[in-house]
Design a protein around this ligand. Structure first.
Ligand SMILES: CC(C)(COP(=O)(O)OP(=O)(O)OC[C@H]1O[C@@H](n2cnc3c(N)ncnc32)[C@H](O)[C@@H]1OP(=O)(O)O)[C@@H](O)C(=O)NCCC(=O)NCCS
Length: 342
């Protein structure tokens, strides 16, 4: 049983190096028959391979796929045979560390197509395989080739718009998963996992290998590796601490039906039905006063000891400045109100 498969249309630079690849219909655990056909038609020899294929090979591949009843992939292979851009067939026998740009892009597609959940894929070494590119109105361009392309565009009466200079493209140029609303598409990177029913407002951001499991209103930042549970909302400008730069190695997550208030932040994972007051940033070492239902102090603990616990309300006492934690009474009502207009 192979791990993943994709027929991709990509971009190469003047040296013939892959810059990016678009896989319209990636597959996870593809049928054995499909892989058998790739062996005979494309000379796939097993293992993890990104095969550069010619139009003739694709026609042969399409015919063989059709004979085995793989009509969707056969149709795609036929279309790809007419591509004016380079075509790659990427087959991953196992989820090993990627070793080429097409392999890295296939993994990012698996996440954004919701075929693989964040943290379920081996993504080490990914950055080294994603070239930093100009993402332009005329596609991905190698930065060394950008000045010439800008000049050529101007000479031909066009302006080449450079939308970003980054290793990751925006997700929506590759896939728009069902049931989502994204106000500013530049804020969601390829490799994000955006759950059905999620709204990402203009201030919202979702990095790769991170995302939402279902209905969520995202007006804050979901850093790499962070997963937000169903029914949870991220208020305007709030922050979830990632693990990429100095965020430590605790993987941050938010359970179901939580609310991170506007400009709040978390450096610990939250359980279900938790609320963090607007403007309060809780780091793992924050000293927290635990209060009972009569607002009496029970004990003082570090926030990391509350990681993953359910039904908590965090707030900064506006009179004393101390961070306090109480049982959360109103989480569900707040969420119902917020989701009314999703
Ligand atoms: C923390 C939060 C959830 C508390 O809301 P709440 O549970 O409705 O609490 P209330 O405002 O009704 O306050 C209850 C009591 O606690 C007190 N209180 C609330 N916050 C307090 C604070 N930070 N310090 C001291 N007392 C506080 C209130 O004064 C009130 O006191 P009372 O019983 O004497 O009247 C709310 O302030 C908050 O930050 N919500 C986030 C909203 C948000 O940002 N949404 C996203 C928009 S983009």
């Amino acid at each position: 049983m192979s791990f993943a498969f994709g027929i991709g249309i990509g971009t190469q630079n003047n040296q013939g190096e892959w810059l990016e690849v678009y896989y319209p219909q990636p597959l996870i655990t593809p049928d054995t028959e499909l892989i058998d056909v790739a062996e005979t038609s494309l000379d796939y020899q097993g293992g993890n391979q990104a095969l550069s294929v010619t139009a003739e090979q694709l026609v042969q591949f399409a015919n063989a796929l059709r004979q085995t009843g793989q009509t969707d992939q056969a149709r795609l292979a036929e279309q790809a045979a007419r591509s004016t851009r380079p075509v790659v067939v990427t087959i991953l026998a196992t989820d090993d560390t990627a070793s080429s740009t097409p392999e890295a892009y296939l993994k990012l597609h698996l996440l954004s197509h919701r075929l693989a959940r964040p943290h379920s894929l081996k993504l080490d070494g990914l950055f080294g395989l994603l070239p930093n590119l100009a993402w332009t109105s005329e596609g991905a361009i190698d930065l060394n080739e950008l000045p010439e392309r800008q000049l050529q565009a101007r000479l031909a009466g066009r302006t080449l718009e450079v939308r970003s200079v980054d290793k990751f493209p925006q997700m929506t140029d590759y896939v728009v998963p069902s049931g989502v609303r994204i106000a500013d598409t530049a804020r969601v990177r390829l490799g994000a996992y955006v759950g059905e029913g999620t709204t990402v407002m203009h201030e919202g951001f979702i990095n790769f290998n991170a995302g939402t499991e279902g209905t969520s209103m995202v007006e804050g930042r979901i850093s790499a590796g962070v997963v937000i549970g169903k029914g949870s909302d991220l208020g305007g400008g709030c922050s979830t601490m990632g693990t990429l730069s100095g965020g430590g190695n605790i993987i941050i997550s938010v359970g179901e039906n939580c609310l991170l208030g506007a400009n709040a932040g978390i450096g610990i994972p939250l359980g279900d039905r938790c609320t963090v007051e607007a403007g309060l940033y809780i780091t793992a070492g924050t000293k927290v006063r635990l209060l009972d239902d009569h607002n009496e102090l029970v004990e003082t603990v570090k926030a990391r000891t509350l990681a993953g616990k359910d039904d908590l309300l965090f707030r900064r006492n506006s009179l004393t400045g101390a961070v306090e934690c109480k049982t959360n009474q109103s989480a569900i009502e707040l969420n119902d109100q917020l989701h009314a207009n999703n």
